[in-house]
Design a protein around this ligand. Sequence first.
Ligand code: ADP
Length: 484
Amino acid sequence: MLSSHLLPQIGSYVNGRWRTNATGETLPVYNPATGEILAEINSLGGKETTEAVESGAVAMRRPSSPDQRRNWLRTLAAEMLTNRDELGRIITLEQGKPLAEGVAEVDYAASYFTYFADQLAALEPLPLAEHARNCDWTVMHRPAGVAGVITPWNFPLAMLTKKLGAAIGAGCAVVAKPSELTPLSSIALWTLVERLDMPPGLLNLVVGEPIPIGTVLCQHPAIRVLSFTGSTETGRILIQETAKYVKRLALELGGNAPFVVFDDADVGNAVEALVANKFRAGGQTCVCANRVYVQQQVAGAFVDALAQRVARLRVGNGIEPDTDIGPLINRAAFDKVDRHVRDAIAKGAKRIVGHDPERPKHEWGGYYPATLLTGITPEMELCQEETFGPVISLSEFSDEEAVIDACNSTIYGLAAYVFTRDQARAQRLISRLAFGHVGLNTGTGPSAHAPFGGMKQSGFGREGGLEGLLEFCEVQTVAAASTA
Ligand code: ADP
């Protein structure tokens, strides 16, 4: 069992207090590196979620001032950084990623609180210069209402703070549901929330099975905005479930990122960028390269350099200092990666690095070796779906036009990466890539100051940037009869 000074209570937080469910139902949280049960958490359902939503609606009757909200955001960011090592350890224990990545996630997560604290001036009333119809016109940004927030397990803290920071900044109350696989870092964050001088009901955390909680978040009339990060399948369910109630949705869904390397690219830089991008969180990120396209003339040199680099990566328990890649989150994740690799090899792909992994003996997870496959063709499963594991799938291309078509030949449109020294080509290509985030000569993912989100079936709405803050605001236009 996990013991931490940030987890004096392990449960849900509703209406300003730690809340348990009288039925005594629990859900176990596993360490994916060892199979150990870290905690058995009392599991809340629809009744307590309704209570949380209604306490949020009550809390919003007395709006907070921008100064209060700025102060809450800054205090939370500072507290997170004071506790970064312990928060990072909790992330690693429940999620599996290497400790350095767990700690880096804390910095990244806190940066959203800091960024939104700095942006609140953008929500001040905006008087318009025109005086049409003999009126003074002012644009107001009102909090949208109680916000439902549903987050995944790959960045258990950062995916939460992106939404939570914007919701606090906008003045919304929140009911947050973390992934049932990784709720402990969210609970630790609420230990810090509890210390704030904040009205009860403003920030609620509900831990439990997805459907009873999700149903209330979709159906309760006080929830006016639902912000979700997760799979496209679940995103479609949320669209259907909320349609009847006409709620605002912000959906950050799956990806199938292309990573394109042209002949004129700096090969060393492209290799390093791919390794950093691909193996973060063991390849379990929605922005990681899923399809690597390398132009023929440089393909040999690129594969040789990449193979040497990938072969050095060490797979192991994330808590150990020399681990580069942790375990996959659970057995289902392992089985999917394994299925994709077997399918590709059966259809003619070549395994350059990696070996047949030992099948996990338990339900809780499994280690997948860092793998490099070449000779990938479009009909292979790993080209069509997100693999979500430490596997690089590489194919060669000759022609710019063909590679644009290949990149866009997916229902997804989240992230893409282009490596070339030719600026004209880069701009030509990027303008035709239907992806919400494009890295040029870098494999970097999102940052708090810039809007991030998907095109096509990767979702809609943005996180980070001013756009991320506005997801939680309603625009109200006030036309006041001119007194002049
Ligand atoms: P993944 O496949 O990455 O686990 P999911 O979409 O299943 O992605 O999960 C992302 C988040 O959505 C998690 O918090 C999960 O509990 C939640 N979730 C899954 N199914 C539903 C649902 N039907 N309604 C609401 N939330 C759900």
